[in-house]
Design a protein around this ligand. Structure first.
Ligand SMILES: *[C@@H]1O[C@H](CO)[C@@H](O)[C@H](O)[C@H]1NC(C)=O
Ligand SMILES: *[C@@H]1O[C@H](CO)[C@@H](O)[C@H](O)[C@H]1NC(C)=O
Ligand SMILES: *[C@@H]1O[C@H](CO)[C@@H](O)[C@H](O)[C@H]1NC(C)=O
Ligand SMILES: *[C@@H]1O[C@H](CO)[C@@H](O)[C@H](O)[C@H]1NC(C)=O
Length: 277
């Protein structure tokens, strides 16, 4: 599948939450530092964060959009039970290069897409995506400044076991030099800075971590191409569709209090790491 912005999970979640709630939509497209001078600095994680999603949502850490995520002994349950439900967590913290390890089970069902994403305010993005009707593959993808890399973009990775049946460990390792995707202990993909159009399309700005599941196959909200990509129209009667996240571990490779854009270039060199006093 050719990568395009249309196929980017979180962009579409943005569209969906935009339709549901104009308030949330603003947070989504809030302030693009490549277009505006006065965007606020972003709070840095600056350390490690680990959670097993038991108990309740830590709202110091997470913004929950659309439908709430529920928590039980299995972990965080991201469930689509009714039309246009799209439970998504977006971190309030930003990481400036880092490592994201997620132990999870994707949701089944055609038209249902589970996703782990990191995304910046300049629309740099790195993804894992599962299409609920494809019980054999996971897709990796990345976008620089909202623009897919035409020669590369989305790649399917065949899994040894069904990603909807068992918990697996999906790790992203994102540095200035390269992005690596790991399934359990196996590295399945590496993209270097140079490979991403000489760095122009390389994700390199402070990013939030996002976990969610969305009805990409809802015919009232999505384009035909998206529905096809998602495996067809979602049948809400066959749900509920459930993605389960058992554990999340995030490491910020930078340390500090805030990340600030010094200019509109969108390059990592333009990011100032503001330290604690
Ligand atoms: C944070 O996690 C990384 C790897 O995931 C580990 O190497 C490091 O020791 C951890 N740091 C702390 C302070 O726990
Ligand atoms: C979280 O959501 C609130 C309210 O919708 C918004 O004001 C805030 O900017 C969001 N924070 C982040 C880090 O996205
Ligand atoms: C991630 O990248 C860092 C820096 O290149 C490296 O030390 C580490 O081994 C990589 N792999 C994982 C799984 O963290
Ligand atoms: C998850 O996978 C990463 C990458 O292979 C590995 O570094 C890490 O140790 C794994 N975590 C566990 C708990 O096995």
């Amino acid at each position: 599948m050719t990568a395009s912005r249309r196929m980017s999970a979180l962009w579409l979640i943005g569209v969906i939450s935009c339709l549901l709630s104009p308030v949330l939509a603003q947070t989504f497209t809030s302030c693009n530092p490549m277009k505006k001078d006065d965007c606020p600095s972003h709070p840095a994680l600056g350390t490690n964060y680990t959670t097993d999603f038991s108990g309740s949502l830590n709202d110091v850490i997470w913004n929950s959009t659309s439908t709430p995520v529920s928590f039980d002994e299995k972990g965080g349950n991201f469930v689509i039970a009714q039309k246009l439900e799209s439970p998504t967590l977006i971190s309030k913290f930003y990481i400036f290069f880092g490592r994201i390890e997620v132990h999870m089970k994707a949701a089944t069902g055609k038209g249902v897409v589970s996703a782990i994403t990191i995304q910046s305010e300049t629309l740099d993005e790195i993804d894992w995506e599962w299409i609920g009707s494809d019980t054999e593959n996971v897709q990796s993808n990345y976008f620089g400044k909202g623009d897919g890399n035409p020669s590369d973009g989305g790649v399917f990775h065949k899994m040894d076991e069904n990603p909807m049946e068992d918990i697996h460990n999906y790790t992203l390792n994102w540095t200035k030099e390269k992005i690596e995707w790991y399934i359990d202990t196996k590295k399945v993909r590496t993209v270097s800075y140079d490979q991403a159009d000489g760095g122009k399309k390389y994700p390199q700005t402070p990013s939030t971590v996002r976990l969610g599941v969305w009805p990409a196959g809802d015919k009232d909200e999505n384009e035909k191409g998206t529905i096809e990509w998602a495996g067809g129209e979602i049948d809400y009667h066959k749900g509920p569709y459930r993605m389960i996240v058992e554990e999340l571990k995030v490491t910020d490779f930078s340390s500090g209090k805030e990340y600030k854009y010094k200019d509109k270039s969108g390059s990592w060199e333009s990011i100032e790491v503001i330290k604690y006093d």
